[in-house]
Design a protein around this ligand. Structure first.
Ligand SMILES: NC(=O)c1ccc[n+]([C@@H]2O[C@H](COP(=O)([O-])OP(=O)(O)OC[C@H]3O[C@@H](n4cnc5c(N)ncnc54)[C@H](OP(=O)(O)O)[C@@H]3O)[C@@H](O)[C@H]2O)c1
Length: 271
């Protein structure tokens, strides 16, 4: 059977609107998840906010409600597969549907590979890989009967390149790129598009703890020369959540101030 093309209506700017759509965002308590939940609401969506820290989720919810959108807070630890099921079912019970799943929950632990332990493995993988995988699965199960849905993962520069002291994180984020492709292939016939955004160093609680020498290195190797803010990812996220991207699936988009394009060199002055 031919997969149904998702309907697009209106002009090109209308295709980016999210009115009448429901987004579920994990990692919504801080940083990128909080910023992109806000962006979805600004584009018209009602939102479910999930992470472990309820007080932070409530703060984000208040800000979304002040835009005239609905915000449902569902405290969730995505290491718990039953909690993932609850997060999706509460969303569908409340709003009657789930259109957009943004998987922004993630953790980092910096340590040389020679010192990594099984606990480090579980700390990183249980959230970034296992949690992301089963969150997408639960979301897709709600989207299949609708024959429509958008799933967005958050990858990383470490999906593509090796960096010392964050190998486990890179392992999990390289997996995100691959599972984005596999999910896109498997769920295309249900009209579910699966894509990822690979941010290149955004100022959030996760990166604020990087030491200054590493921050300086990042800025020196980025053509645009500075860290981004979560709002810098909003255009890509709303695009991937909206009908404007209906023919795009399985892709990972770097939003990185030019880092993956290349690096500025020292000047030619002494040549
Ligand atoms: N900042 C960057 O430069 C950058 C670059 C590439 C990729 N990323 C990725 O972007 C995503 C967001 O990170 P961020 O930079 O915004 O960092 P962040 O502010 O530390 O956000 C991480 C989010 O994940 C949630 N979280 C952590 N463990 C969880 C769990 N077990 N269950 C549910 N939620 C959990 C946290 O909330 P609670 O603690 O309340 O649960 C928080 O909302 C992550 O996947 C990260 O790997 C970030």
């Amino acid at each position: 059977m031919e997969p149904q093309a998702a309907p697009r209506s209106g002009g090109i700017t209308d295709q980016f609107r999210l009115e009448g759509r429901v987004a579920l965002v994990t990692g919504a308590s801080t940083g990128i998840g909080a910023g992109l939940a806000q962006a979805f609401a600004e584009a018209g969506a009602d939102v479910t906010l999930a992470a472990r820290t309820e007080a932070d989720l409530e703060r984000v919810a208040e800000s979304i409600r002040s835009l005239g959108r609905q915000a449902l807070v569902v405290p969730t630890d995505i290491r718990d597969l039953e909690a993932i099921e609850r997060m999706v079912s509460r969303t569908v019970e409340t709003y009657g549907r789930l259109d957009i799943m943004l998987n922004a929950a993630g953790v980092q632990r910096r340590k040389p590979i020679l010192e990594a332990t099984a606990d480090d493995w579980h700390y990183v993988m249980d959230v970034n890989a296992r949690g992301a995988f089963f969150t997408a699965q639960a979301a897709a199960r709600a989207m299949v009967p609708q024959q429509a849905g958008k799933i967005i993962h958050i990858a990383s520069m470490t999906s593509f390149r090796g960096f010392s002291d964050i190998a486990l994180y890179g392992f999990s984020k390289a997996g995100i790129v691959q599972t984005t492709k596999a999910m896109a292939v498997e769920w295309a016939s249900y009209n579910i598009q699966v894509n990822a955004i690979a941010p290149g160093w955004i100022t959030t609680p996760m990166t604020i703890t990087m030491n200054q020498a590493r921050k300086d290195w990042v800025n020196a190797h980025k053509p645009q020369g500075h860290f981004g803010v979560p709002a810098d990812l909003a255009g890509a996220a709303v695009y991937l959540a909206s009908p404007a991207s209906n023919f795009v699936t399985g892709q990972t988009f770097a939003v990185d101030g030019g880092f993956t394009a290349g690096h500025p060199w020292p000047s030619l002055d002494d040549e």
